[in-house]
Design a protein around this ligand. Structure first.
Ligand SMILES: [Zn+2]
Length: 656
């Protein structure tokens, strides 16, 4: 980069007009500060020489910027004379740019505030500038230190220390809030940082497009390389480019008590500079001990049926459900149960694509997939080859991970047919659907319906688990809480006075809220929002709840209570509360609802004849089949899940 110094124009007058971010030279894209962009143009600021701290400014046509939000402020500063002048974009921009183009002073800069900064006074501008300059100084010295032993290529693809810290801080916050997924949704100029906590997806922060891509770079290029003390290497191919489709995986220790594994996917949108980063977060501090199903909040009925696992020694165990239903975790727990109940006297293998989390004393093999780059490309490790080897590897049990195609389905069948206990997950919506799905993968109906092949199919869903401290008791069908809460209204709300994200303050307010008090009032009391916001939000809640038919919903809750066979006074239906210091937004995790199918001869003969509807009826009437929706009723009447959440995830509750 040093060599560019002399030849590069110092005055903005000679700058090349660039209208798309992708046209920027690579070193500017990665090393430069980047303050704003739109479809048509942007302004970028770039460090030309590290030692001398000079700036070059590239900007688009004035007319393009004028088309932007007129409320944006353009900040002009003459660094040498230490002058700062905030100017509204609309009327002054043309003259500023004209001025910049005339001057030969290389220390004149224009700084575009984008959507992240809101300047209100000259002193705050100076402070911001000072901060920027000292950060720049620091990152330059970091860069210099790093450049001593890295090539120029590596330099350009290395995230700054600041972004590594930022990325770690976000992951720390996510783990502390119990998030299962971390999202960055980057639009053309700004980006939303989002967390999925107990199934709810919330915006936690808003950052610039540039920050988002630098954080992506930190995840993909730094964390996967295992840089930093005590960190381990992960998996990523090539260099990070936020506009493409990329997979990666890394483990990271943050501070003394957080250890996580993340599976990352970067999704470019292929038609704009917007992109998405999603990280599935796995807590590595969690134990590898088997957890009793009762402790995982499975219902009595489901636990009773799962006892068949205690004696099963051959055949297939299938756990099915939709994405995010906890299939893999449940299957892993079943394998741990087998290991523990047999006193580790059985040889257990897994073939996974890829290995998800470590299971002690179980031999886990990573299979090469055709899709995705997060698994080894070695074709010796194809699913088929591994399975063939395992058959000669004296197995007792084999876990196949997701049964997703003919290869995996046939491998599982082969494992079961040769007298082993095999496990797999499938992506179907009910237990009975596992049968036609296996047929669609090319297994013959005769084989699928063979007695002894499938021992058990469990279908799962996860629902938010209500906080016992702040949940609201049901007081009759005429007083059910509204569908949407104050939190729902505030989740995407932007304040009247400024537009920053206030989610962290909302979460803090939920922790200090007094019983029976409103979240909006608590936020007002703390000075986060004012009376105009409260009024707006109350209107918003009203509109959101229009037509939500509380009366009909109350009737459905009543029939669930009646169908529960429990004396009414023993039922304890509850709704999600306003949040408290014991929970996140009224929930304390997730609870499973499930249905379990254990086939017998008559059931299998219906399957063999292709009469699945008869098979299903038989399951319900003769095999004590309790559907997942019915299973959710037990959790509703015991106050563990909100009937509204059950309706959102499963078919509508019983009508009256
Ligand atoms: Zn609570």
């Amino acid at each position: 980069m040093e060599s560019r110094n002399n030849g590069t124009p110092r005055s903005t007058r000679n700058s090349k007009l660039i209208t798309r971010r992708s046209e920027l030279p690579m070193d500017i894209r990665f090393a430069g500060e980047f303050y704003g962009e739109s479809d048509e143009g942007f302004i970028a600021e770039h460090v030309l020489t590290k030692k001398e701290r000079e700036f070059m400014f590239i900007f688009s046509d004035a007319s393009v910027l004028e088309a932007n939000n007129p409320e944006l402020h353009i900040l002009v500063f003459l660094e040498e004379q230490n002058q700062t002048v905030p100017l509204p974009a609309k009327n002054k921009l043309r003259s500023i740019i004209k001025y910049l183009r005339q001057t030969d002073d290389s220390n004149v800069g224009i700084n575009y505030s984008g959507n992240i900064l809101s300047y209100s006074s000259e002193s705050s501008i100076k402070e911001e500038l000072k901060k920027r300059l000292s950060e720049r100084e620091k990152s330059i010295s970091d860069d210099l230190a790093a450049s001593k032993d890295t090539s120029r290529e590596a330099e350009n693809h290395k995230a700054g220390k600041r972004y590594i810290t930022m990325a770690e801080d976000y992951l720390k916050e996510a783990m502390e809030l119990g998030a299962s997924d971390f999202h960055i949704e980057a639009e053309e100029s700004k980006a939303y940082v989002r967390l999925r906590i107990h199934k709810q997806l919330i915006d936690i922060d808003e950052i610039t497009h540039h920050d988002a891509s630098q954080i992506g770079l930190a995840f993909y290029s730094e964390f996967t390389r295992g840089r930093g003390e005590g960190q381990v290497k992960g998996i990523a191919e090539g260099t990070y480019n936020e506009s493409s489709l990329l997979d990666a995986e890394f483990s990271r220790k943050i501070g003394g008590n957080i250890s996580l594994k993340a599976r990352m996917v970067n999704i470019g949108l292929n038609h704009s500079s917007a992109f998405n980063i999603v990280l599935r977060l796995i807590d590595k501090t969690k134990t590898s001990e088997a957890i009793p199903f009762e402790k995982l909040n499975f219902s009595r009925n489901v636990c009773r049926k799962l006892r068949i696992l205690e004696t099963a020694s051959k055949g297939a165990i299938l756990v099915v459900g939709v994405t995010g239903s906890g299939k893999s975790t449940t299957l892993q727990n079943m394998v741990q149960h087998e290991r523990d109940r047999t006193g580790n006297t059985r040889k257990i293998y897994t073939i996974e694509q890829p290995v998800e989390s470590k299971i002690d004393r179980v031999i886990q093999i990573n299979a090469a997939g055709d899709e995705g780059k997060d698994v080894p490309a070695d074709k010796n490790f194809s699913f088929d080859n591994i399975n063939r080897s395992l058959m000669r590897g004296d197995p007792d049990s084999i876990m196949y991970g997701e049964i997703r195609d003919a290869i995996t389905a046939k491998a599982m069948q082969k494992g079961a047919d040769s007298g082993h206990l095999v496990y797999g997950t499938m992506h179907v919506k009910s237990a009975i659907e596992a049968y036609p799905r296996l047929e669609s993968f090319g297994l013959s109906r005769e084989n699928i319906a063979r007695n002894g092949f499938i021992v058990l199919v469990m279908c799962l869903h996860l629902l938010p688990r209500l906080c016992p401290h702040c949940s609201i008791p049901y007081r009759g069908k005429h007083s059910v809480p509204e569908r949407y809460s104050e939190f729902d209204a505030i989740a995407n709300y932007r304040k009247k006075s400024d537009s920053r994200n206030i989610m962290r303050e909302v979460i803090a307010a939920q922790k200090s809220i007094q019983p029976g008090m409103s979240l909006l009032r608590e936020l007002q009391r703390k000075g986060v929002i004012d009376s105009r916001d409260v009024y707006d939000l109350q209107q918003k809640i009203k509109i959101m709840n229009e037509g939500s038919e509380s009366a009909a919903f109350g009737d459905r809750v009543e029939s669930v209570i009646r169908s529960s066979m429990m004396p009414r006074e023993d039922t304890n239906v509850r709704f999600k509360g306003p949040g408290c210091k014991e929970c996140f937004n009224g929930t304390v995790g997730v609870a499973p609802v499930a249905e379990v199918l254990i086939p017998d001869d008559s059931f299998l003969s219906f399957v063999r004849e292709g009469r699945l509807d008869r098979a299903e009826l038989y399951w319900k009437s003769n095999l004590e089949g309790i559907t997942i929706t019915q299973d959710s009723y037990e959790k509703i009447v015991s106050g563990m899940i909100d009937p509204r959440d059950a309706e959102a995830e499963l078919p509508e509750l019983l009508g009256s």
